[in-house]
Design a protein around this ligand. Structure first.
Ligand SMILES: Nc1ncnc2c1ncn2[C@@H]1O[C@H](COP(=O)(O)OP(=O)(O)OP(=O)(O)O)[C@@H](O)[C@H]1O
Length: 590
């Protein structure tokens, strides 16, 4: 918690010193209003008892100015507080993008022990923005309580200890909040599922199937079940926490009632001046409100600190991953591939699986070759290409790039030398120019390069159909842009993958799934020509054997193992799995 506290205390001033100072001032002034008025009331009674008209008028003026000042500051400070909260929120979100978006591997998204933490941050990040403000208001509430105690202690000294009676209530709230946090963490897999169901039921992409199959009520039922199973644990934790909080509160109320009796007795006995007694009694009337305020600010501040802690945890985990994956001294990625990529004894097992998805893969992928990766669903094709991209760490074995272990390159250096297009590509809603240009950031403003990439991907027809050419805004989720068909989005993604010139590795993981056979054939041919011309390795994952047959090398995966390697002719002759699958498909074309 110390690191979270340090983060919260420093982030406000770091982002905006002037606004942070104003927030501190407003938090203290707002809390001091009640005490200031109580003191003025005491002085008022003192002056009134001396029948001083001028004194009464002066004090009335002071009260008016004081109220104007405190309320004015509060109103003026309101927007400053909101603005600072937004600035902190934005900064934290950007830091989150920086760490999560740049982790060397996909573990943060796919390994549940880590993805759950990231999910907590995504859900609770709205509590980090107000963290600085809440902490200052908590400090203000504590100061107000102490000031009240000092005032009461000047009438009955023992009352200086009254705030201590609020400590059990604060501790009980803190303990309740901690237990709640643990329950929320335990419930994350179920709340994640509920979030997924909510997205399924309410967003555009799944809308077609959810309507066709009439799934709304089924999704609603599952959403309720997911929430209930997670929520019951949280509700049980909250119920259990209520008893100690209520007992601690009762303890304080009893102490408070005793304090009032003591002050009234001191006043009647003439142990303190009338003004002091009036001020102390006035302030004592606020003390329950102050303690309640202190408790609720404690709760909200702890919520903020918990969200901050989760955020810092994710940052820390990402740092640990980076330190484990990125070598202290990295090797420069070669400018071009001479020999090729060699895979030695490569195995990989997903974290939540008890069987490896890739098992002892040994392969040689020569520079300039077009390699088709085929195999039935679940054979391990996508896992293999993700390993080549460095998105997973091998459980065993290694990948050698011209003799150098891939693990010795800085992951981001390796990725600037490879390119990829996937089935179900992400729909990046920007202008056509930008969404393609992202494939090679250094050349994103080069229209010639973008036109060339579009031509490679067979996107000339798409370009001609767009009213504003490369400047056409795409997508309808972020703005009222041009809606594209699945195949057109795929073409855009393929063009993005064609941006980078002379990559060492070009991965095409079923990028033609939404294209017709002729378009796939043409696209494959263009990529193959490029690969042979530029000298990298091109890997094409495909289920269409008519496309695979034209590759220089065909690798057949089955159950995470390489079962056959060769050309179409040698594999047909061998009459193994490839030949069988090929015959099966060919039957439909003859
Ligand atoms: N993120 C993941 N977490 C756990 N297991 C996974 C994950 N991704 C894939 N798998 C498992 O690894 C195995 C290989 O999957 P992979 O996606 O690599 O197969 P594939 O050959 O590309 O299949 P397809 O042709 O259907 O795309 C499968 O058993 C799959 O269930």
């Amino acid at each position: 918690m110390i690191s979270a506290l340090h983060f919260v205390l420093t982030i406000g001033p770091r982002i905006d010193r002037a606004r942070s100072l104003l927030v501190v001032a407003v938090a203290i002034l707002e809390q001091a209003t009640g005490i200031g008025l109580a003191v003025l009331l005491g002085l008022f009674s003192e002056v009134a008892s001396r029948h001083s008209t001028s004194g009464v008028v002066t004090l009335a003026l002071c009260v008016a100015i004081f109220v104007m000042l405190t309320q004015g500051t509060f109103i003026a400070g309101y927007f400053t507080r909101l603005r600072l909260q937004e600035e902190i929120q934005n900064e934290v979100e950007r830091q989150f993008i920086d760490v999560v978006g740049t982790t060397p591997t996909l573990e943060i998204h796919e390994r549940s022990s880590r993805s759950d933490k990231a999910a907590v941050v995504r859900g609770a990040r709205v509590d980090i923005g107000p963290a600085f403000d809440r902490l200052m208001w908590l400090a203000g509430a504590a100061l107000a309580l102490i000031a009240s105690a000092v005032l009461m202690a000047s009438v009955v000294p023992i009352l200086a200890v009254l705030p201590l009676f609020a400590v059990p209530a604060v501790l009980a709230t803190q303990a309740a909040d901690k237990k709640r946090g643990q329950a929320v963490q335990r419930a994350t897999p179920r709340t994640r599922l509920a979030g997924h169901l909510f997205t399924l039921a309410t967003t555009a992409a799944p809308g077609r199937e959810t309507r066709l199959f009439g799934l709304a009520s089924e999704l609603r039922r599952r959403h309720r079940d997911a929430w209930n199973s997670g929520g019951q644990d949280i509700a049980r934790t909250d119920r259990r926490a209520r008893v100690p909080v209520a007992l601690a509160w009762l303890f304080f109320v009893l102490a408070y009632a005793t304090a009032i009796v003591l002050m009234v007795r001191a006043g009647l006995a003439g142990d303190a001046s009338l003004g002091l007694v009036v001020a102390a009694v006035a302030v004592s009337s606020q003390i329950t409100g102050q303690v309640q305020n202190l408790l609720s600010m404690t709760f909200w501040t702890l919520e903020s600190l918990r969200a901050t802690r989760a955020f810092l945890d994710v940052v820390e985990d990402c740092d640990v991953e980076r330190a484990a994956v990125v070598q202290a001294t990295t090797v420069t990625v070669p400018a071009r591939l001479d020999g090729g990529i060699k895979v030695e004894g490569l195995s990989f097992q997903y974290w939540n699986r008890d069987q490896p998805s890739l098992n002892d893969i040994n392969l040689e992928l020569p520079a300039g070759a077009v390699v088709a990766l085929v195999g039935e669903n679940g054979a391990g094709k996508s896992t293999f290409v993700k390993m080549l991209s460095g998105l997973y760490r091998p459980s065993a074995g290694r990948i050698l790039v011209d003799g150098t272990d891939l693990a010795q390159f800085a992951p981001e250096d390796w990725r600037t030398r490879i390119t990829a297009a996937f089935q179900d590509p992400v729909h990046i809603e920007m202008s056509l120019k930008d969404t393609i240009g992202l494939g090679w950031l250094e050349h994103r403003d080069d229209p010639e390069r973008i036109h060339e990439a579009l031509r490679t991907a067979g996107g000339d027809k798409l370009l001609a159909s767009l009213p504003e050419g490369l400047e056409t805004r795409l997508g309808r989720k972020s703005w009222d842009g041009k809606g594209l068909s699945g195949g057109q989005w795929q073409t855009v993604a393929n063009a993005r993958a064609a941006m980078r010139q002379a990559p060492l590795l070009r991965i095409l993981d079923e990028p033609t799934a939404s294209l017709d056979a002729r378009a796939e054939e043409r696209l494959f041919q263009r990529y193959a020509d490029l690969s042979r011309l530029e000298g990298g390795v091109t890997i094409l994952v495909t289920h269409r054997f008519t496309t695979a047959r034209a590759a220089d090398l065909i690798v057949v995966l089955d159950g995470g193992r390489v079962v056959e390697v060769g050309t179409h002719d040698t594999l047909s002759e061998a009459d193994g799995l490839y030949a069988e699958l090929f015959r099966l498909q060919a039957r439909y074309f003859v």
